[in-house]
Design a protein around this ligand. Structure first.
Ligand SMILES: [Zn+2]
Length: 472
């Protein structure tokens, strides 16, 4: 029995048993079936990648921006390397890894009942080796594309990660299929698929050594010290937070030497930030979020990350794209609850509570006496509104401005939600340049008046949503 453990088995038409798939005998070397076995995952991925390249298509189209990172990923996959994504939480490391799974074959042929879905011509587990060499008929099955996420856990055991293999049990006469002889751990379950190791640095260093042994030597060491070949076939993708970040251990050097590191940072542009937010919102329906509000929210998040603003110097942990996504959700929720067709400034709450709701847990300050965080968030939103309003103001056609001010000054007070701007010819012309849909008109009217207020002081806000001309 033991010889099966150490022997490398390759099945060819000359030494093959009869194969049965879905109740029928099949020739796995036929034109129809030959592409579903005998090749490694790296080979399949390489071939699919080249198909995308040939068509000029982006295999990772669901990922916004990140052109340089995409190039590096493609290159690493092409050369059959393992990948380590390095970056803070919420910048799309998992999304990237999931997108890569699309390059795996849709399905593969495997030995039926095999715990690690062995290839019928290149078995890695010893019970398949025995079956394929000794039995006359071997049943096969289809296995769908596999993407296995393994969360990095400091309490993870060898058994959970690698599994349990006992040569002792085999010597005692146990069957090779017996669960006490072989139970695959998470990484072995990714055989013939993709393993995504989330937070690689978090697993104990002893396990990192075992992982290295498995990836590099294609073997495992049992707790009894037996070395067992385990030629698993997987693409290994992992992620880690930047060094010095709380609670994250380092990745050991031998393992680092077996992965290609690709940094994954925040979206490069405001436009990409907004696009990621919109694509990932969970509230798909409800009030419209006009572009000026999307910009205000995305900017508030981006200012927290930027080193240009004095206020962000206090921020130790920056908010990720998840903050942007949640802020979009919260503003839509708030506007919808108030019955607004499109978001208004009042939907942020008197002291931007809606922004605080989405940012407080996603931002850490170097020093916080209890309410400092709220003060920081308010300043970030104020900056974001100022910046967005100056953009709105700068886009007002210069030849309309005088006329607009005359029209505005003819009212004692303007309530942007109740009053239609249609009769104010110049104001209306500007609003039409801003609003993309009729539902956005009140929101556009409000941000226009708010922009004039912030940039010129010619109008003032009497109450939220109510403006009056104060002149010069
Ligand atoms: Zn097997």
């Amino acid at each position: 029995m033991e010889e099966y453990i150490f022997e490398e088995v390759i099945i060819k038409p000359s030494n093959a048993p009869k194969f049965v798939l879905e109740g029928e005998e099949v020739d796995i070397w036929s034109e129809e079936l030959r592409k579903y076995h005998s090749r490694s995952i790296v080979e399949y991925v390489r071939e699919n990648l080249l198909l995308y390249e040939k068509k000029g298509k982006d295999p990772f189209a669901e990922i916004v921006g990140k052109e340089v990172e995409k190039e590096m990923v493609k290159n690493a996959l092409m050369s059959g390397s393992n990948i380590l994504f390095k970056g803070r939480k919420g910048y799309g490391k998992t999304t990237f890894s999931k997108a890569m799974a699309k390059l795996l074959p849709e399905k593969l042929l495997a030995v039926k009942g095999c715990k690690i879905h062995d290839d019928p011509t290149r078995p890695a587990c010893f019970s398949c080796k025995r079956k394929l060499l000794e039995e006359e008929v071997v049943e096969l099955t289809w296995v769908p594309r596999k993407w296995i996420r393994i969360p990095g856990d400091p309490m993870m055991t060898t058994r959970q990660l690698i599994g349990g293999v006992s040569i002792q049990k085999i010597r005692e006469g146990y069957d090779l299929d017996h669960p006490e002889v072989f139970t695959p751990g998470r990484i072995l379950k990714a055989n013939r698929g993709m393993a995504y190791f989330d937070e690689l640095g978090a697993i104990p260093s002893a396990l990192q050594t075992l992982l290295h042994e498995l990836l590099e030597e294609r073997q495992i060491t049992t707790p009894e010290g037996d070395i067992i070949p385990m030629k698993i076939d997987t693409i290994f993708v992992s992620s880690t937070n930047p060094a010095n970040y709380k609670g994250v251990a380092d990745i050991k050097e031998p393992l680092m030497d077996r992965v290609e590191e690709i940094p994954i940072g925040p979206p490069e542009t405001l436009k990409e930030e907004i696009e990621i937010g919109l694509r990932n919102m969970s509230l798909k329906e409800g009030a419209i979020l006009p572009i000026w509000h999307l910009k205000i929210l995305a900017r508030a998040v981006r200012y927290a990350r930027s080193r240009e603003l004095r206020i962000s110097g206090q921020i130790e942990l920056e908010p990720s794209c998840r903050a942007t996504i949640k802020l979009f959700d919260h503003l839509r929720a708030s506007a919808t609850r108030r019955g607004h067709k499109a978001a208004m400034l009042s939907d942020y709450g008197d002291r931007y509570e809606v922004v605080k709701l989405g940012m407080r847990s996603r931002l850490e300050l170097e020093y916080d006496d209890g309410n400092e965080k709220d003060v920081v968030i308010e300043k970030l939103v104020e900056e974001a509104i100022n910046r967005t309003c100056s953009e709105v103001y700068a886009a007002i056609p210069r030849d309309s401005f005088g006329g607009m001010m005359e029209e505005i000054s003819s009212f004692d007070e303007i309530d942007v939600e109740k009053q239609s701007p249609k009769k104010m010819e110049n104001v209306w012309k500007t609003i039409l340049l801003m609003a993309r849909r009729p539902e956005e008109i009140s929101s556009a009217f409000e941000i226009l008046l708010e922009s004039i207020r912030r940039c010129t002081g010619l109008v003032d806000r009497v109450a939220i949503g109510k403006y009056a001309y104060v002149g010069s």
